[in-house]
Design a protein around this ligand. Sequence first.
Ligand code: SAH
Length: 482
Amino acid sequence: MDALPIFLKLRNTPALVVGGGSVAERKIDLLLRAGARITVVAPRIGAKVQALFDQHKLDWIEDSFAPDHVTEVLIVIAATNDAYVNKAVSQEARERNIPVNVVDQPDLCTFTVPSIVDRSPVIVAIGTGGASPVLARMLKARLETLIPAAYGRLASIAREFRDQVKAALGSVASRRGFWEAVFQGRVAELVFAGKEHQAREELGRMIQATGDAQFERGEVYLVGAGPGDPDLLTFRALRLMQRADVVLYDRLVAPAIVDLVRRDAERIFVGKEKSHHVVPQPEINELLLTLAQQGKRVLRLKGGDPFIFGRGGEEIEDLVRHNIPFQVIPGITAAVGCACYAGIPLTHRDHAQSCLFVTGHLKDGSVDLNWEALCQPGQTVVVYMGLTGLEAICREMIRHGLPGATPAALIQQGTTLNQRVIAATLDSLPDAVAAAQVKAPTLLIVGSVVTLHDELAWFSPEGAPPQGLALNEPGRGSNDGL
Ligand code: SAH
């Protein structure tokens, strides 16, 4: 961060503007809105500034700039069209440690004036450090449409009731809960509908009717974070990520996604590597419960979808027993994310009419699956956690009737910039994967849909090897010999 954004109170405070033309006008207008006492230094002034002077809204020193014009002012703005004068103003101000802005010359400024979305008392300021005022204006235009005009009135009403709410609700957590209920509920709707009187009544009623307990109860959000690409999060996931007080996440959740959680939320890594649970599952369940009982909003971020091989069910069972409110937000599961990003449709009229998701997790060193069900024709099988048991899985599938030439692909870190697709057959995949030194997590897809990858692959992350670099792959459009 090159500059610290702050909101400066200027009411009845002296401010100096050097220049009196059209550029100065805009700055003067802003300073007047903030209530500053403005002195303009300029040999000549434009009609608008003249009008303000005539109305006694500012003082005017009818002179060229001289160093002793920079007196006891809080800020200085240089808005002349003379680069030499602008530079002199900047120098004089800086020597006296007075914040100075020179219009359109970022290198002469010690502060810049942001683009503003004004819903007073709510003000959104957008700065680019002078890098691109156009970009700031575009962002401003977007925010203008996003923030209802009535937000200012809503904030003013909140200000009126602040002390009362503070007196009625003892804890910070309960007050926060109260205000969220205000801004997301009936009070806000009434203000938006122009019924401010009723909004005040409703707010008064809420204060009467509430106690700490009502707003203090914690909550758990069990959120599917998808397979890796942050763009695949749902809106709801993102919204809850912004509300959380504390987040529990494991290695399946991409760092770029954890970065999107509210900045000041506490972050707890609960690990989880295969056969090496950094925090054992019962402790995770316990932690969710304890944190929620402390009145916190607890975000449990899960890779993919929480209810697909995610033990999401187990994590909320204790919450149900203890009557803790929770929400479960679906995410894009690895099978769906990897299949799409690898160009392998899981079903296809010419290839597969059904699709099975199974786990290839080893039990006592062997893979224990219903092989009969897996080895049906016209079906795609997706194996989660199948890397360690890959060889056994391929072998058993062949033993239970699938041809060794059945197409099969292993997708490494699907939907991320490290995505790799190793497309081969049941016969050849284990060797191809061994040679490729893949990195977990990986997903196995078995079935003739895999042949479509050659033609439909569209996601080819920069820096990664080309799709399907595999390992004895003869070339695009052909699977011969695999
Ligand atoms: N709940 C998760 C699955 C958890 S089990 C979901 O719905 O996706 C963990 C397994 O998911 C990994 O062993 C791997 O097989 C698979 N997996 C998760 N993310 C993946 C990714 N980005 N690429 C490939 N496989 C992935």
